[in-house]
Design a protein around this ligand. Structure first.
Ligand SMILES: C[S@@+](CC[C@H](N)C(=O)[O-])C[C@H]1O[C@@H](n2cnc3c(N)ncnc32)[C@H](O)[C@@H]1O
Length: 322
């Protein structure tokens, strides 16, 4: 199977989806409990408050990292008002399961060809919620989209909100401090910033230029997933806004990046996806990490074993070509 990466699972691959569904452990409304007792993966709608209550029972998370579909053309597009009404539902659900002092991060896109929707409308809705705005982070993607007549779109927006006063741990990049400056007198001696700082590298601010976007040659790549966030970005959020053994959550699991980041940083995670295929991929990615130490499949894919039983013609019929 090494030479047969899965095509994007959101494109017109009906036969492929039908072929993969019988291999998925979770039907809609079902919950997978980690045999090691650390994590939960559920298949269902994150905007459904009853379902969220059922999954969390009485547990409370200290951190939520959500990456919803952005209402861009690639997803089933709703009007921006409908989209924000839907967002309000899972934000209210997040409020129910987040502890008194907790953090909420949301990845969101802005359509530059359509008045940057849904970002401003989402921000206004959040202004009326219980959460307090804390930071507006931009992560730089290496590849972008655009034309020769516009600035290439390479930004990924990440909104940071809090409830109560959660702990926050300063994070450092791998970028060495090379610029001296910011002179200040300390104990009668003029010092520059590099002498005063505790770290030889630059502190992470709200513009992230040091994280590689996931692409097919990276070990963490999960074929078939179209919206995978880099593990480094989620691990940075987790390290900043939670402590070991605490519970974190992600309502839009997809390739299971938050789950994998939680496992690697020793947190517990409850994650949800409405699509049984992505719920299964999340579980398989965790199992694969535990078996091999690898965070993804690079050129292979989560269903490689099942697909290896098909011949070339059968593979072609479900949209997989060499
Ligand atoms: C942009 S992707 C998330 C990517 C993820 N952060 C990662 O790194 O793999 C959005 C995911 O949300 C899921 N989704 C869409 N609507 C949902 C809903 N109402 N409840 C739960 N999941 C939903 C989609 O199936 C998709 O897998």
């Amino acid at each position: 199977m090494e030479k047969h990466p899965l095509p994007r699972l959101d494109t017109d691959v009906k036969n492929l989806r039908e072929h993969l569904l019988p291999f998925c452990r979770l039907a809609t409304g079902k919950i997978w409990h980690d045999p090691q007792g650390k994590h939960i993966v559920a298949c269902g709608d994150s905007s459904d408050s009853k379902f969220i209550k059922q999954i969390f029972n009485k547990s409370q998370a200290v951190l939520a990292v959500h990456d919803p579909p952005y209402n861009l053309v690639m997803f089933e597009k709703q009007t921006v008002d409908e989209f924000v009404v839907w967002c309000k539902r899972w934000i209210e659900n997040s409020n129910q399961i987040l502890s008194e002092n907790s953090s909420l991060y949301i990845w969101l896109g802005a359509d530059q060809n359509d008045n940057f929707q849904p970002l401003p409308q989402f921000m206004i809705m959040m202004g009326e919620s219980q959460f307090k705005s804390r930071s507006f982070i931009t992560m730089r993607n290496q590849r972008g989209y655009g034309t020769q007549k516009n600035w290439m779109a390479i930004r990924q927006e990440l909104l940071y909100y809090t409830k109560g006063s959660p702990a926050y741990t300063v994070q450092y990049t791998d970028i060495p401090k090379i610029l001296k400056g910011y002179y200040k007198e300390v104990d009668g001696k003029i010092t520059d910033n590099s002498e005063r700082g505790k770290s030889p590298t630059i502190r992470s601010g709200n513009v992230w230029v040091d994280i590689q976007q996931v692409f097919y040659r990276m070990q963490e790549n999960v074929n078939g997933c179209y919206g995978q966030k880099p593990l480094k970005s989620i691990e940075r959020i987790i390290e900043a806004s939670s402590a070991e053994n605490e519970l974190i959550t992600d309502f839009f699991s997809h390739s299971g990046t938050t789950l994998i980041a939680a496992e690697r940083t020793n947190r517990k995670c409850i994650t949800i996806d409405i699509d049984p295929i992505f719920a299964e991929i999340s579980i398989r990615r965790l199992e694969h990490l535990r078996e091999t130490g690898k965070p993804g499949w690079q050129a292979s894919n989560p269903f490689a074993k099942e697909l290896s039983k098909l011949n070339r013609h059968e593979l072609k019929a479900i949209g997989i070509t060499e």
